[in-house]
Design a protein around this ligand. Structure first.
Ligand code: CS2
Ligand code: MG
Length: 408
């Protein structure tokens, strides 16, 4: 069996999805997602100029060898651009493998460990009252887990994933059109003084059952994160996400020593080498990698297995920047993984997105039920794709009030 061709498509409704389609001499094709949020043209270029020419003629069934060829063959390894490009190839090859075997990918991974995989929605509000309404909306939809982000009184601008005005809570997208980013102003002290009380009020309002997640989004120093984690212990969060910038694997040790609040981290990681120490030293509770950012199913599975040896559960990233293709790949991993935790679920769920990516994965009452179609269980409509093209976009940058650059 041979790969005969491959094409890259950039564009989609509201997001610059980077879709890879790999064709074979047996008429079977596979789909992959290389959407690196706000830098989409880079993995697309890497695929077109360097990877696809080397794919032609290879046997698509040799998933591992192709992964190793690109990873070891690059010499300059790792990094989000390369790993997103390899990830798309890997997803597409697993899609082809499943179609050949006439099995959904989760069967090739080892079968189901559960019927439904719990997902979490994003509730947000310009202020606490707004946020409460947003949480109530998702609870009424049947979600058992909700991430909560709130405007902070006195903060000079809206913060991460918080709408600028009340009521605009259902469809916020943190990216803005145009390549020049908007600027947010951040003050950790205001946040640390306010947010624990807001989270306590949310717990009081919605009771002990609701899984409440909160994304600190890299904004605190390790000591501040330890203080914050301690302050929110009575709330019993499902997780406190990205408490500090994720590169410093050892920073979590300080936080761990001071608080039992669960830690989730990993959406910016792109290989096992970004997180192996923190997993082996059990400094986190949930690993937040994204299949699209970390080299596809083949590499994500290695990280999931290492995490499973150390009581670390999965919490795959699932922001709107991931197309239904990599979300489908994650649904298969979520069905299989013995150490599954929760899946972030922010697919656009619009008619336009569904038309571009037909799929029969189902989300009901806060649980995703994986497709039983052969392969990834998602398709790609090229005629729909022709309606879209790349539109430069960027999420904001963040400065402190004195102008110091900070972490978005
Ligand atoms: C966020 C991401 O979903 C999350 O947990 O951290 O949406 C993040 O803000 C974006 O992916 C950045 O591009
Ligand atoms: Mg996050």
């Amino acid at each position: 069996m041979k790969i005969t061709d491959a094409k890259v498509f950039v564009g989609g409704p509201k997001k610059n999805y980077v879709t890879l389609k790999i064709m074979t001499d047996q008429g079977i094709y596979g789909l992959g997602d290389a959407t690196l949020n706000n830098r989409e043209t880079l993995p697309a270029h890497y695929l077109e100029r360097y990877l696809i020419p080397n794919l032609i003629g290879k046997d698509p069934r040799n998933i591992e060898d192709i992964w190793q060829f690109f990873y070891r063959g690059a010499y300059f390894r790792r990094g989000p651009i390369a790993m997103a490009a390899y990830g798309a190839i890997d997803m597409a090859l697993w899609d082809i493998k499943g179609k050949l075997a006439n099995m959904p990918v989760y069967q090739l991974l080892g079968g189901k460990s559960r019927d439904g995989a719990m997902v979490y929605a994003h509730a947000t509000g310009a202020d606490l009252e707004d946020l409460m309404d947003s949480i109530a909306y998702y609870v009424e939809q049947g979600y058992k887990a909700v991430r909560v982000q709130c405007g902070i009184p006195g903060m000079p601008t809206a913060s991460y994933a918080v709408p600028e005005k009340k009521g605009d809570v259902k469809n916020y997208i943190t990216d803005y059109t145009g390549i020049r980013p908007k600027q947010e102003v951040w003050d950790s002290d205001r946040y640390i003084r306010y947010m624990p009380g807001a989270l306590a009020e949310i717990r009081d309002r919605f009771g002990p059952e609701l899984h409440i997640l909160h994304d600190v989004h890299h904004r605190l120093l390790p000591r501040e994160a330890a203080e914050f984690g301690k302050a929110v212990e009575p709330v019993r969060l499902y997780w406190m996400e990205d408490p500090t910038p994720a590169e410093d694997q050892d920073a979590l040790r300080l936080i761990r020593q001071h608080t039992t609040t669960p830690i989730a981290i990993g959406e910016v990681f792109n290989t096992i080498w970004d997180c192996n120490r923190m997993i082996e030293q059990e400094l986190l509770d949930f690993i937040r990698i994204a299949v699209a950012y970390c080299g596809g199913i083949t590499h994500a599975r290695r990280i999931v297995d290492l995490a499973g040896l150390h009581h670390v559960r999965t919490g795959f990233h699932g922001a709107p920047s991931h197309s239904p293709i990599s979300m489908a790949a994650q649904h298969h991993l979520n069905a299989w993984a013995p150490n599954f935790g929760v899946q972030e679920y922010l697919v656009l769920g619009t008619a336009a997105c569904d038309a571009l990516f037909p799929s029969d994965h189902r989300m009901e009452q806060g649980m995703v039920h994986v497709s039983d179609a052969p392969g990834l269980g998602v398709d790609f409509d090229e005629s729909e794709a022709a309606r879209y093209s790349y539109e430069p976009g960027s999420h904001p940058v963040v400065r402190l009030e004195d102008g110091t650059m900070w972490n978005y």
